[in-house]
Design a binder for this molecule. Structure first.
Ligand SMILES: Cc1ncc(COP(=O)(O)O)c(C=O)c1O
Length: 432
């Protein structure tokens, strides 16, 4: 085994993270082998001055781009005044009022936290508390976080599930849309009939279901939209059986699909909405939105029952308000839609031209495709993925693509010109 020590500054950073960090380092960071010192709008800048279009956006967190002046000034100003406080603050009140104005009708009371999994935990406890029931239905290719309780929703970590004897989380297949690409998806008419039938069977078997948790578009599983009418069917089924519908908008929320929330795009009423990622623009901020009727009927109606050390701190609220300010800028939505359309056109053309790209898909600024091995037409193996991922980096773009199920999460501030630059980089990198 080679014992060569990488003495470059990038090597030193990676080594320090590996040596002192708890758990394994992030896979994508190891795959890239780069060190980023700062960001500018849609770009990340490495320690050697390379500029990369950031289509990872920290898995959707950096939706308003890097060093956004509206956000950095608001956070800087607030940091100089007050960062943490357990008493009421004007920032908390302002933020809740601003959120209430953009949240879907009815789910307008929000508890604030600092991480997505934490918010999912609260959403599940809220559903269990209100219904007096215990079970949770989730989808096998969904992802909702890695904390003790929620890591069992979705199909991950099966070995731990066995060890801990978790019997209250049930996972069913998610009805992915396989028939439409990123341009034609809005015309998908499929209803997810097989998934609805599986849920009906569950309803016959399980009598203690509190809620169903769903990602409106699968993120971690490769930015895959569902069969388009599935969510409406799921809503109807929840109504029929008295289950609460928890929609996890950690990735889709705050404009990624070209509407403020995915439930707006799919025209579906949630009972509980999980918010996170883009919400804080990089400041750790998440939330659970639900109607008064649920909050008031739950154990969380009592003071402090669901507060957390970082939840609703004024710095987080200032960051959240700044994100809403950016999203509310005149013409912002239209710009997002135009850029998303340009990207969708681009990845359809990319698939036609590249032997490595198949099954492009997605919606709004949540796009994806599969990397395939042209020799076998199967999903690309890890060596090929790594090679193609690094070719993308060399061409000037970071994608979530050191795995075969590629995700493109561009910043929402990307312009059409930026979209052209991205597609051209992908075309260079993924040519035969
Ligand atoms: C849909 C969804 N929900 C929840 C989470 C967990 O969020 P966090 O990593 O902030 O705990 C993620 C993380 O990727 C996610 O994609």
């Amino acid at each position: 085994m080679s014992t060569t020590v990488d003495t470059t500054p990038a090597g030193h950073v990676a080594e320090a993270v590996r040596r002192h960090g708890g758990g394994g380092p992030r896979r994508i960071a190891e795959s890239a082998g780069l060190v980023v010192t700062h960001g500018e709008g849609p770009y990340l800048i490495t320690d050697s001055g390379r500029r990369l279009l950031d289509f990872a956006t920290a898995m959707g967190v950096a939706a308003i781009g890097h060093a956004n002046p509206v956000w950095s000034e608001a956070v800087g100003r607030q940091a100089q005044r007050l960062a943490a406080c357990v008493l009421h603050t004007p920032e908390h009140a302002d933020y809740l009022e601003r959120l209430a104005a953009v949240l879907p009708f009815g789910v307008d009371r929000v508890a604030l936290y600092s991480g997505g999994a934490e918010a999912v935990e609260v959403a599940v406890r809220l559903a269990q508390s209100v219904t007096g029931r215990r079970d949770l239905i989730s989808f096998s290719s969904g992802f909702h976080g890695k904390t003790t309780g929620v890591r069992f929703s979705g199909g991950r970590f099966p070995e731990e599930r066995v060890n801990l004897g978790v019997d209250w989380v049930h996972t069913l297949p998610y009805p992915r849309c396989e028939q439409h690409d990123s341009l034609s998806y809005p015309s998908c008419e499929e209803e997810g009939a097989a998934a609805i039938a599986a849920l009906e069977l569950c309803a016959a078997d399980l009598h203690d279901v509190a809620a169903v948790i769903v990602e409106p578009v699968l993120g971690t599983a490769g930015n895959r939209p569902p069969q388009r009418r599935f969510l409406a069917g799921l809503r109807a089924l929840c109504d029929a059986h008295g289950w609460l519908l928890i929609v996890d908008e950690s990735i889709t929320g705050f404009g990624r699909l070209g509407r403020t929330f995915a439930v707006d795009w799919f025209d579906v009423r949630p009972d509980i909405l999980v918010l996170g990622k883009a919400m804080g623009g990089g400041y750790p901020l998440s939330g659970v939105a639900a109607p008064s009727s649920l909050w008031d009927a739950s154990l969380f109606a009592q003071p402090s029952a669901t507060s957390s050390s970082y939840g609703a701190n004024p710095l987080a609220c200032a960051a959240g308000i700044a994100v809403l300010d950016v999203l509310a800028a005149p013409g912002f939505d239209d710009q997002v839609k135009r850029t998303a359309r340009r990207l969708a056109d681009g990845i359809v053309a990319l698939e036609a031209a590249s032997p490595f790209v198949a099954r492009n898909r997605g919606l709004g600024m949540m796009l994806g495709f599969d990397l395939v091995d042209p020799a076998t037409a199967e999903l690309a193996g890890s060596d090929l993925c790594l090679r193609l991922f690094r070719r993308c980096l060399n061409a000037g773009i970071l994608i979530v693509g050191d795995v075969p199920e590629v995700r493109l999460n561009p910043p929402l501030i990307l312009t059409e010109h930026g979209a052209d630059e991205a597609i051209s980089a992908l075309q260079d990198a993924l040519a035969g």
